[in-house]
Design a protein around this ligand. Structure first.
Ligand code: PMP
Length: 438
């Protein structure tokens, strides 16, 4: 794949500017899309095209994409683009006709799961997958209580936005939703697995005391919006045992960590040696094409399936299925799980080395090519400085973002095809940005 590092502009502090054309575009967006949309960066990026790990703006400036985990195989991967185009020209309809493609996709997908997780239902988005998982869990358990982490994000529908505290106080949590402290080793005392499970148990007890039967513990298995918590492997097991003991189900939200992001494994839950009841998928599944799904154990679907039918006009359509097959082929053929582990380890070491010279770099959490890098001042969370780093990197031609309850955690998620030279380029730019504090 063509890589054009040389097109990244040299770092010049304070280079950002907003052209008249981009100001017009911002005004047009506000007029046409209304007030709920938000743009990234103090100086928004106006993208024109993408290729591999690079994005290019309307003026031709290249950005190393270290943020977008949708184009996880790199932007516009030719094998995926061709598969989408080919299937669009053959047959592009839904799942109410007999056709092999959706079944080929299901078989390939399920081959990457433990045998107990042997069925899949297709959706268009991760939100839909989580929404469907809730409906299935409510039907199966008879309960309605849901437990999530305190800064979780699980999607946009009425049901799942109600279990997404990271949307802020303006979006109401469901009355049957309880939040638990994220498994942050810096905050929870003692054994992390036991401490996290104690929070889950307290939530179960509180639901029960209010006459609400617990139905679900749902977590993003890499706790992306909580600040990225992946270690020590296995810490999730006691919490899963707790919800099961209370008659509830465990849903692994793999929308962020799935499809190899955490390196070595296809799914984040495998890191913990646990077997979820349901697994929601999305984002990287189509490398940009909207395809998502819910993988589950057949026994949890029995009651839902008996009561009604499931049909999703676009979910699992033939083009989506062909695209997802191509995505999995690339992950297999290009050895991307291994690459994510190898380059991820290299990048993590690079961040630790940088931290020796830059006191703003606090604790780092890393799993494969997913990093949560705390930005601190005097050892305390420093969200303003984190925003400065994000914006300065944007000016320096590198795209990342910030996350966590305080917003002080750099969220770094480059494509799984990232090479060592590109990881070094990222580290070099970060080094320069940290060397020029505002
Ligand atoms: N779950 C998690 C953990 C997510 O990060 C997201 C999207 N950011 C979703 C669910 C929702 O997926 P979608 O945007 O495809 O609806």
């Amino acid at each position: 794949m063509k890589r054009d590092e040389t097109m990244v502009n040299a770092y010049v502090p304070g280079q950002g500017h907003l052209s008249q054309a981009d100001q017009d575009l911002i005004a047009r967006r506000a007029r046409l899309l209304g007030p709920a949309y938000r743009l990234f960066y103090e100086t928004p990026v106006h993208l024109a095209r993408g290729s591999g790990v690079w994005l290019h703006d309307a003026e031709g400036k290249a950005y190393l994409d270290c943020y977008n985990n949708v184009a996880s195989l790199g932007h516009c991967h030719p094998h995926v683009v061709q598969a989408t185009a080919r299937q669009s020209a053959i047959y592009a309809s839904h799942t109410r006709y007999l056709n092999e493609v959706v079944l080929d996709c299901a078989e390939k997908l399920l081959s990457h799961f433990p045998p107990e997780l042997s069925q899949v239902m297709f959706t268009c988005t991760g939100s839909e997958a989580n929404d469907l998982a809730l409906r299935i869990a409510f039907a199966q358990t008879g309960g309605t209580g849901v437990i999530v982490t305190e800064n979780a994000y699980h999607g946009v529908t009425l049901a799942v936005s109600g279990l997404s505290p990271s949307l802020g106080a303006g979006v109401a949590l469901g009355q049957h939703v309880r939040t638990v402290a994220a498994p942050d080793p810096a905050r929870l005392q003692g054994d992390l697995g036991q401490a996290f499970a104690a929070g889950v148990q307290a939530a179960i007890d509180d639901l029960t005391r209010h006459g609400i039967q617990p139905a679900v513990l749902i977590v993003d298995t890499v706790f992306s919006s909580d600040g990225v918590f992946a270690d020590p492997p296995g810490f999730l097991a006691p919490a899963v045992a707790a919800i099961r003991a209370a008659g509830g189900l465990f849903i692994a939200d793999e929308v962020q960590p799935g499809f190899g992001r955490t390196g070595a494994h296809w799914w984040g839950f495998q890191r913990h040696g646990i077997l979820p009841d349901m697994v929601s998928l999305g984002k990287p599944m189509g490398n940009g094409y909207p395809v998502a799904g819910l993988v589950l154990r057949p026994e949890v679907l029995a009651r839902f399936g008996a009561k009604g039918r499931y049909f999703n006009t676009f979910g699992g359509n033939a083009v989506a299925a062909a695209t997802a097959i191509a995505v999995m082929e690339v992950i297999e053929q290009e050895g991307l799980l291994q690459n994510a582990a190898m380059i991820g380890a290299h990048l993590a070491q690079g961040l630790r080395d940088l931290a020796k010279r830059h006191s703003a770099l606090g604790p780092l959490r890393a799993a494969g090519l997913f990093f949560g890098q705390d930005i601190v001042r005097d050892g305390q969370p420093a969200p303003v400085e984190a925003a400065r780093v994000v914006n300065a990197l944007r000016e320096a031609g590198v795209l990342i973002s910030a996350t966590g309850p305080a917003g002080h955690v750099l969220k770094i998620r480059p494509p799984l095809i990232l090479q060592r030279a590109e990881a070094d380029l990222f580290l070099d730019r970060l080094d320069q940005v940290l060397a020029h504090p505002a």
